[in-house]
Design a protein around this ligand. Structure first.
Ligand SMILES: NC(=O)c1ccc[n+]([C@@H]2O[C@H](COP(=O)([O-])OP(=O)(O)OC[C@H]3O[C@@H](n4cnc5c(N)ncnc54)[C@H](OP(=O)(O)O)[C@@H]3O)[C@@H](O)[C@H]2O)c1
Length: 292
């Protein structure tokens, strides 16, 4: 059994990772900001530790008893990069005279590869992050260069599950028959991964501390958003009407991060299947539990 601290275990990705880890016999502790979060964590078999990313001195000592850390938390505030860097330095700072490297599974993302168009980003591709996520490349590099950590940086594709995830708005529009907002153009391609398959990839990385460097987690290299929205609408008995927002309109309405979903991207996973035998259960969103 491995002792794992998950940051972000109440979130969309982190909750699936925590569930996957406990289901495979690992002992999981997680940062929790409230009683409400404690109540989300306890059914997953996760032990909550009260703490906030912005006040690491209150919880950081817990890192000393851990075999691995999963960083899947993000404040999504203007200073999110600084908050993240502060957490990573604080963790490094409490390692003291620990002789072995601490296993770190750090969350990056497909947006760090920028718009690839007809090319397919793999783990050897250069980064070209959207400006609002450039900090993630810097923080990942800091971890990879540190002698205190054995780091795997996982780059999830756009993540969906039966309740939505990145398809949430498409599902809501389909259920009510309202037009669906398309960010950019309907020809924009998204690499995709189901949340359960992604959680499995994180677990494999936790369990394989010798696997270091960048790992893309993508089950489908690139699917057009217009095709996804139309397919989901048809499943719920509607023809899909698009309401197209330009990149500028998206950023105006939702903030800088909104540029991410407008990127026309393709991304493949070479290392997870090749080195860790990762086999996504959902090779196509069309065969996933969304349509059951
Ligand atoms: N979702 C995707 O499709 C996707 C794809 C690629 C990469 N990513 C990356 O994956 C990471 C997680 O994304 P997500 O979609 O899972 O996000 P999310 O659902 O919003 O989860 C964010 C997590 O961070 C925690 N958090 C926020 N502020 C905190 C603070 N001050 N102190 C402690 N915890 C705090 C939240 O806890 P509370 O419950 O207390 O708010 C929550 O557990 C992000 O870096 C994102 O960029 C996501």
């Amino acid at each position: 059994m491995t002792q794992v601290l998950v940051l972000g275990a109440t979130g969309f990705i982190g909750s699936a990772v925590a569930r996957e880890l406990t289901a495979h016999g690992h002992h999981v502790t997680a940062l929790s900001r409230s009683v409400m979060s404690d109540e989300k964590l306890e059914p997953l078999g996760v032990e909550p530790i009260r703490g906030d990313l912005r006040n690491h001195e209150n919880w950081c000592a817990a890192v000393r008893g851990c075999d691995a850390i999963v960083q899947a938390a993000a404040t999504f505030s203007d200073d999110m990069g600084d908050v993240d860097a502060g957490v990573l330095s604080a963790i490094e700072g409490v390692l003291g005279d620990r002789s072995e490297r601490l296993r770190m599974v750090y969350t990056g993302g497909c947006w760090l590869y920028g718009a690839t168009g007809d090319d397919i980003a793999d783990e050897s591709s250069p980064f070209n992050p959207i400006p609002s996520f450039a900090w993630m490349v810097r923080n990942a590099r800091m971890l990879l260069e540190s002698e205190r950590f054995s780091t795997a940086v996982i780059h999830p594709a756009m993540v969906y599950d039966r309740d939505g995830g990145v398809f949430e708005d498409y599902l809501e529009a389909a259920k009510t028959g309202r037009p669906v907002e398309i960010w950019g153009t309907p020809d924009t391609r998204w690499p995709l991964v189901h949340r359960d398959d992604l959680a499995c990839a994180y677990r494999l990385l936790v369990e394989t501390p010798e696997a270091v460097g960048h790992f893309n987690a993508s089950a489908e290299t690139g699917v057009r958003t217009g095709e996804i929205a139309s397919g989901i609408a048809r499943h719920f008995g509607h023809e899909c009407e698009f309401e197209i927002l330009s990149v500028e309109e998206v950023v105006d309405k939702y903030g800088d991060w909104g540029e991410g979903p407008t990127l026309d991207q393709q991304m493949s996973s070479n290392r997870l299947p090749g080195e860790l035998n990762w086999r996504p259960k959902y090779e196509s969103y069309k065969e996933s539990d969304i349509f059951q």
